[in-house]
Design a protein around this ligand. Sequence first.
Ligand SMILES: C[S@@+](CC[C@H](N)C(=O)[O-])C[C@H]1O[C@@H](n2cnc3c(N)ncnc32)[C@H](O)[C@@H]1O
Length: 398
Amino acid sequence: MGATSIFLTKQESGEMLNTKQAAMFLGVSTKTIYRMEEKGLIHPIRTPGGQRRFTKSALQQYLNKSHAFTAPQNPSKFLVKENGSTYSLFKETELKQEVPTRQRIDHLEQIVSLGASRNHQQHYDQQVDPKRWVEEWDFRTYQTKTYTHGFHNYPAMFIPQVARKLILAFSEENSLVCDIFCGSGTTLVESCLLNRNSIGIELNPLAVLIARVKTIPIDPKTLTIKLKAILNDYQQIKNIEPPNFANLGFWFSKNVIRDLTRLRQAIWNISEENIRNFFSVSFSEVVRVVSFTRHNEFKLFRSPDKLTDKFKPEVLGEFIKMCENNIIGMKEYVHDVLPHTNSRIIMGDTTKDNGIPHNSVDFIITSPPYGDSRTTVAYGQFSRLSSQWLTRIGLKMY
Ligand SMILES: C[S@@+](CC[C@H](N)C(=O)[O-])C[C@H]1O[C@@H](n2cnc3c(N)ncnc32)[C@H](O)[C@@H]1O
């Protein structure tokens, strides 16, 4: 399958270009394409594998606008000279919000309306030599953010292929699989995809929310419509009280607090619980990205790099990016999941009786917690900021 045909029919894929093709189309280098993206001048769609795709129409639109550019090799400095005066072609708002939002939602609508979906089998079985299947446990080259697995980071997540291999080796279709420390639900997602029912037990409310969202199929078209509603509401919501939790200003800038508050309210306006939860999970990922916490770190530390004037995160832009990724992942999950499989997630303590009948489970697969916050994996610290923002919804309801 060609790279550009991941989501699209043959005819439609002709309209989608990868980075190299887009560079050729615009007559610039691929490096320039990355710079243009950084500056918000073009807005690729991301495949679940993280690769960029550009529509020809968007590139053409860009070309039309760039008619009067003076320095095509550096789009950040593109100036228009007209009637003796010089001005920047793109207004700040146009660069960062209006144009991207409209174009990106159009792209997303295009993708979800197409029947084709990527075949994820290649990320599971096909690369493994069948003769070495039993001893082969190296999944380094595998894509681990397939389906709904890329919805939200979580400490010490299972590699989906490990869970899948164990489920396939030790359980039958239609049996009941249980993960007694289910975390963000990797085992449960794989069970649903393999026609096994599943139960997960988990103490951390944020993880329970993520696991539920990752296992409940929702029509991606409905999600796209709801995303548009959220964006509309967001524009209307003004002067709203921010949440009141300790150290809010220590972790977030004033502008970020304002924008997160508006966005959270727009999500809360959604009445359907499963859909609200879906967007809450995207919101939760954004909370970490726009906070002052270090990247790639589960514990909470302020990053010195983020405490400078240069760090001006775009809450709405990050949210749209996250939703694009998650709606596309959901599309693929809906495509492949077996509709009658059921996943039940219990928010509770595994060491206690959780009401699961004796001998009802066929197979237990789990990856236990690693130490506590002080010593190793900091599940609590990782979840704290999101949980504080999401307290009213999701986190108390299971
Ligand atoms: C290694 S993580 C599991 C990650 C999971 N495999 C995934 O892919 O996301 C272990 C999980 O155990 C949870 N946990 C710790 N003690 C627990 C308990 N007594 N009962 C239920 N869950 C617990 C932690 O909150 C954490 O989410």
